[in-house]
Design a protein around this ligand. Structure first.
Ligand code: AMP
Length: 596
């Protein structure tokens, strides 16, 4: 096995994390600095630790967020810089706006917009007000939006005029809980009837609104994630998660005070919130926020011209850069780049080596999920990288490979290289505290005092973890977790579709693409026109990220004895794999799917 040796200790900037075994042995969560101690005994708020603390401190004039606007296609013109002090004033104003609207501590607020300053102001200002914030992915279609708003029942939705008109107005009658829709419009533009103008409200607001008296256990964020069955799950996270984001910023992302950090994930997904918003602000560094979509030239230009020093990205993006070719990469230089990490899906060893060859730095894969709230397992500067592995558990994280015994208990597998489900010992601060309104679904994630992750892994004799597969049917496409059930539901709304079975079909760039197998109702005949019509319907209802890319018409779908569609069999057939004895397989949520 070829390894990439850890960074040399005599490099210009000494990594934060150099002694893996020693740091793990000594680590205790109670020793992590209390970033909220300025709030008063027992109080904690993410926005205080991330913004207020710096806005009135030594980093007040440091740039907190550097926004590259979408229209800035070459990323060549000056970005919009916002210092910690300015972010403090603007988030204070948004807190005042919410108070004027009688939005109280604990009320939920959803955001639905691209990576613009207003998104960051709304999220952090609402956290300051003690609200529970759920940032929705701006590319969702009306159906995923309505489903999530239906579950989360927010009092307020903050969005843009364009999104409102296209995707909110048609479903407004389904958003009964939403008392206020706050809309961001271009200067001098008016807002749609029945909505409020974001900047008009801000203009009249007081920037000194005191921060809410929240504690570490108060709910702060609601991140939706998908299971195999049922509706999306709203994972609840608390303010005390800041301890995790701070520690992982140190150990897994190697953040230093003068870093220019770029997390390419959208805050509509957990990575973009935990590491695109919270962790870098906790560390007082400058974060790049690119409003634009992926484009290889644009990304190289940002890395180069904005002097990015720490870059946190995703395997799909790396593979798209590889596809764009070495010649393009060699037009750019990255002298400031010091550390590169990636998350969200398996990072193939070739991608790790590409980093080493092209950027001069290997890519440090790490693993975590919506429920864990922060990075759990990582390749860090403290040890050699084994390309293709997710790395080793961070200090404060205990990870196991388990199988279920005949009596339903978990057997921890100590021998190396044996496949089993990844389980974690609860106790880290950013652990989710529940699925909103679904205590049973939450309870089923735990067994014998361990949290079951739903991922099949192996651990080698050096303690490195290797990802094998999910144990359930959720799909990872371009790093986005997609629940097949949500897609199937929308497909069966089409008048021609009788039944739908949706799988993730392996793809060399995006990991998996969503593929649907459909049976048709009597009177409909399979044709290319019908396929296009159904694809169009799915894109309109779900948004391009979630909608299937491929549809196959079949005469019948395989079912379990109790009538559930056997997605695994569809997948095995698609891949030409042995179908095995799947007659009794009944896949529910990821938990409890460890084979005996
Ligand atoms: P999400 O909750 O959307 O962040 O998705 C979490 C899931 O993404 C995990 O349970 C894994 O299945 C997958 N995942 C995340 N990071 C990695 C990684 N480094 N390697 C393999 N799979 C990953």
């Amino acid at each position: 096995m070829t390894v990439i040796h850890k960074a040399r200790a005599d490099s210009a900037i000494l990594p934060n994390f150099t002694d893996y075994d020693g740091t793990r042995a000594r680590f205790d969560w109670s020793d992590v600095p209390d970033l909220c101690d300025g709030m008063g005994a027992g109080l904690c708020n993410i926005a205080y630790a991330a913004v207020d603390r710096h806005a009135r401190g030594a980093r007040a004039n440091t740039t907190a967020l550097r926004f590259v606007a979408k229209g800035n296609t070459t990323a060549a013109t000056a970005p919009r810089d916002m210092t910690y002090a300015e972010l403090g004033r603007l988030t204070g104003r948004f807190t005042s706006v919410l108070r004027t609207l009688s939005v109280n501590k604990g009320d939920r607020i959803f955001t639905l917009m691209g990576r613009t300053p207003e998104l960051y102001i709304s999220v952090l200002g609402a956290l300051r007000n003690g609200n529970v914030v759920s940032p929705l992915f701006a590319a969702f279609g009306p159906e995923p939006i309505a489903t999530r708003i239906g579950i989360g029942e927010p009092a307020v939705l903050v969005t843009t005029r364009e999104i409102y008109e296209r995707r909110i107005a048609p479903i407004r009658s389904r958003l009964a809980s939403v008392q206020h829709i706050v809309v961001v419009v271009a200067e001098r533009d008016s807002v749609p009837a029945g909505t409020l103008n974001f900047w008009d409200l801000m203009a009249e607001a007081d920037e000194e609104a005191p921060i809410a008296r929240t504690t570490a256990e108060d709910e702060a964020l609601l991140h939706f994630t998908s299971g195999t069955t049922g509706t999306p799950k709203g994972a609840i996270h608390v303010h005390g998660a800041v301890a995790m984001h701070y520690v992982t910023g140190l150990y897994a992302l190697d953040l230093h005070p003068d870093d220019i950090f770029w997390c390419t994930a959208d805050p509509g997904w957990v990575t973009g919130m935990s590491y695109g918003v919270i962790a870098p602000l906790l560390h007082g560094v400058t974060s790049i926020v690119d409003e634009g979509d992926f484009d290889a030239e644009r990304w190289y230009r940002i890395l180069q011209s904005l002097n990015v020093s720490v870059w946190y990205t995703a395997p799909t993006a790396v593979r798209m850069l590889i596809k764009a070719g070495a010649d393009l990469a060699h037009e750019y230089r990255f002298p400031e780049l010091r550390f590169v990490a990636s998350v969200g899906e398996p990072l193939n060893s070739e991608a790790v080596w590409w980093g080493k060859r092209t950027l001069g730095l290997p890519i440090h894969d790490n693993w975590w999920q919506t429920e864990t709230g922060g990075i759990m397992i990582a390749n860090t500067p403290a040890f050699d990288i084994k390309p293709g592995s997710m790395g080793r558990p961070l200090p404060g994280v205990d990870a196991y490979v388990v199988k279920r015994s005949a009596d339903g208990h978990l057997l921890v597998i100590d021998e190396p290289d044996v496949e089993g489900e990844l389980a974690l010992k609860p106790g880290w601060p950013s652990m989710f505290r529940g699925y909103l309104h679904e205590p049973d679904r939450y309870r089923k994630c735990f067994r014998d005092d361990l949290y079951l992750t739903g991922d099949l892994v192996k651990r080698d004799s050096d303690g490195y973890f290797w990802f094998i597969a999910r144990v359930d049917d959720v799909i990872k496409s371009a790093g986005h977790l997609i629940g097949p059930f949500e897609v199937e539901n929308v497909l069966t709304e089409h008048p021609a579709v009788a039944e739908a079975g949706v799988i993730g079909k392996p793809d060399p760039i995006v990991g998996e693409v969503v593929k649907a197998f459909l049976t048709l109702k009597d009177g409909f005949t399979a044709s290319d026109d019908l396929r296009l019509d159904i694809l169009g319907h799915a894109r309109r209802r779900l948004g391009a990220t979630v909608a299937p890319k491929d549809i196959e018409f079949v005469a019948a779908l395989p079912h379990t004895r109790s009538g559930k569609i056997m997605r695994r069999l569809l997948k095995a057939r698609e891949l030409g794999l042995p179908e095995g004895d799947l007659s009794t397989v009944e896949v529910d949520d990821h938990v409890g799917e460890v084979s005996p």
